[in-house]
Design a protein around this ligand. Structure first.
Ligand code: ATP
Ligand code: MG
Length: 367
C-alpha cells in the first residue's frame, strides 16, 4: 500500500498543500508547531478511524475557514485508487474511488495505515481501557464485522446496567436478569475470544520486534487477563465459552446490583504487557515503555500485512526521541520496505540511518 499524492486544503494550520511522496521513507521535518503532525493526521483520516489525537471533526477545519478538503491517490489491493474527505461545520462527505460512502468507518480496510505518535505511550502507561481500545481497533481493521460485536455488546451492557438499577430501586423481577446475563455473556465470549486470538498473533510479531529493538537483550510478553470477580483477574490464553462468562456474571449479581453496574465482562478485562516478566507499566524505563508501545504498533502492522498481503503505510510521529541509536537503527531497518512518513525536527537523525525523501514544513506550508 502506498500513497502517490496528497492534496490538502484548510486542514488545521495547513492552508493548501500538494505532496508527491516517495515509495520508501518520507521525512517530514521542521520546527515545533509547524504542521508536521497535522500532515500525518490528515493521512490517517483515510484509515476510517477517528483522529489519533482524539479531536472532533470540527476542530480539524482551519481556523476562520468553513470547510476542509483532503484527497489522496493511493495504490492498494492491486490497483490505483482515490479517496476524498470534505468536512464542513455541518456535514462530512466521503468519496472512495468517486463513490460516496455513508460513514468514515466504511473506509476501514480500504486504505490501511498504522500510526505511532507519542500519545501511544499510553498504550503501556495508561489505563486498561487504552489497551482494550488498541486491540479492538486493530481487530476492526482486519475484521470490520467486529465493530458490530463491540457496539452490540455496549448496547446490551447499558441495558443490563439500567436493569440492575431497576432491581435495586424498583424491585423488578430477577428472572429478567438471567436473560441479560445470557445475552451479555454470548457477546462477551465473541469479543474475548477475538481478542485472545489476536493477542496470540500480536505476541509473536511484537515480541520479535521488541527483541530486535532491545538488541536481543529483553523479552516482551502480552497476556490477556479476564476479570473473574470485582477484584480478581485470571490469565487466559485459550477460548472461553459463553456459559463460563454467564456463570461469572451470576456470581457477581449481588455486587452488580449493589453498585448498579456490571463488574465482569469484556469491558473490564486487562491486557498485561511485560518486559522480562515485569509489568512494563509499573517497572519499565521511558525507553522501554516507548519501545514496547512501538513494538505493539509495528506488530499490528505486521499482522495487517500478513492478512492483506500488503504492507500498510506507516505514520511515525516523533518516534526517534528517547530512543538510543541502536533502537532508531532497528526501526528504520525494520520498515525500510514500507512507505513511511516520519516526522522529526532534525532530518539528519533519520537520513544518517536510511535514505529517503525530505519535506520541510514551515507555518503549514512546504518549503
Ligand atoms: N483548526 C486549526 N486551525 C489552524 N491551526 C491549527 C488548528 N488546529 C491546530 N492548529 C495549529 O497547528 C499548529 C501545528 O501543529 P502540529 O501539531 O502539526 O505541529 P508539529 O509541527 O507537529 O509540532 P511539534 O514538533 O511540536 O510536534 C499548532 O500551532 C496549532 O495551534
Ligand atoms: Mg508534532
Amino acid at each position: 500500500m502506498n500513497v502517490n499524492s496528497i492534496h490538502i486544503s484548510n486542514y488545521r494550520n495547513i492552508g493548501e498543500m500538494e505532496l508527491f511522496p516517495y515509495k520508501g521513507v518520507n521525512v517530514i521535518f521542521g520546527e515545533n508547531a509547524q504542521g508536521k503532525t497535522n500532515l500525518l493526521e490528515s493521512i490517517w483520516l483515510f484509515s476510517g478511524f477517528r483522529s489519533f489525537r482524539g479531536s472532533k471533526d470540527n476542530e480539524l477545519i482551519k481556523f476562520g475557514e468553513d470547510y476542509l478538503k483532503s484527497e489522496i491517490d493511493f495504490y492498494g489491493a492491486g490497483r490505483e485508487q482515490s479517496a476524498k474527505i470534505v468536512i464542513s461545520r455541518q456535514s462530512k462527505k466521503i468519496l472512495l474511488n468517486s463513490v460516496p460512502v455513508t460513514a468514515a468507518s466504511r473506509l476501514i480496510g480500504n486504505f490501511n495505515c498504522v500510526v505511532f505518535s507519542p500519545a501511544y505511550l499510553s498504550l503501556v502507561k495508561g489505563s486498561p481501557s487504552e489497551r482494550r481500545r488498541f486491540i479492538d481497533s486493530a481487530i476492526c481493521q482486519i475484521k470490520p464485522s467486529y465493530t458490530k460485536s463491540i457496539s452490540d455488546y455496549n448496547k446490551v451492557l447499558v441495558q443490563r446496567n439500567s436493569f440492575l438499577k431497576d432491581l435495586k430501586f424498583n424491585n423488578s423481577s430477577y428472572d429478567f436478569l438471567e436473560i441479560w446475563n445470557q445475552k451479555l455473556a454470548q457477546l462477551a465470549a465473541v469479543i474475548i475470544n477475538e481478542r485472545i486470538s489476536y493477542i496470540k498473533r500480536l505476541s509473536a510479531t511484537a515480541s520479535d520486534i521488541y527483541l530486535g529493538l532491545s538488541g536481543e537483550k529483553e523479552q516482551m510478553d502480552i497476556e490477556y487477563k479476564m476479570r473473574v470477580s470485582s477484584n480478581r483477574y485470571e490469565s487466559v490464553s485459550e477460548n472461553v465459552d459463553a456459559e463460563h462468562i454467564e456463570k461469572l456474571l451470576k456470581q457477581s449479581e449481588n455486587s452488580d446490583i449493589m453498585y448498579g453496574s456490571t463488574n465482569i465482562g469484556a469491558h473490564h478485562d486487562e491486557i498485561d504487557i511485560k518486559i522480562d516478566n515485569m509489568s512494563a507499566k509499573s517497572f519499565g524505563s521511558q525507553g522501554q515503555q516507548r519501545s514496547a508501545a512501538l513494538a505493539l504498533k509495528l506488530g499490528e502492522a505486521e499482522i495487517l500485512k500478513e492478512i492483506t498481503g500488503e504492507r500498510p503505510v506507516a505514520l511515525l510521529d516523533d518516534v526517534m526521541s528517547e530512543l538510543d541509536v541502536n533502537r532508531q537503527d532497528y526501526i528504520l531497518n525494520h520498515i525500510k520496505d514500507w512507505q513511511v512518513f516520519i516526522t522529526c525536527c532534525e532530518p539528519s537523525t533519520v537520513l544518517r540511518l536510511c535514505e529517503g525523501k525530505t519535506f520541510e514544513i514551515s507555518n503549514g506550508r512546504l518549503k
